[in-house]
Design a protein around this ligand. Sequence first.
Ligand code: IMP
Ligand code: MG
Length: 173
Amino acid sequence: MKILLSESQIREGVERMAGEIAAAYSGRQLTIVGVLTGSVVLLADLIRRLDMPVRIGVIHASSYRGGISAGELIVQSDWMPDINGREVLLLDDIFDTGRTLRLIASQMSDLGATSVKTAVLLVKEGRSEVQLVPDFRGFSIPDVFVVGYGMDYQDLYRNLPYVGAMEEGDLVG
Ligand code: IMP
Ligand code: MG
């Protein structure tokens, strides 16, 4: 596996994003909704860099069935806090086709959120299939399959402290 982003690069990127988010919501209250499972590490790191009032919620979305190809997108929102009248920032690990964030963003609007913005650690270049463009991003990366810092391959590698690019020989099935 090749290291794409080191721990210190990620730290700098998250710090920069936190600064941009704090500036954008200055003086307002924010509800950050993390898209599980991939956003857990980013969520924990990012919120500790935000010196402002924040509420935290989570939602579960999955489309990857074990491997690297997407299947049906399933969203589970049983643990969502009430977001009616709140400013929501959806947080995910990576923006690939954008289908996940587009669907969840429209659900948040339907639930009465005053505003819905999106933030991701990574944007895969040239892959988007939607109009939505993330409002905050850590890094743009080429179209490679990545793991670590919350992201998985067959539910493994989420605990790596860096972002690694899987190579041909690492992938099975
Ligand atoms: P999208 O709906 O195509 O934008 O896919 C977003 C979701 O797919 C992310 O929340 C990730 O869980 C997953 N995903 C997309 N690309 C990768 C990758 O390279 N590694 C691990 N997970 C990925
Ligand atoms: Mg995900």
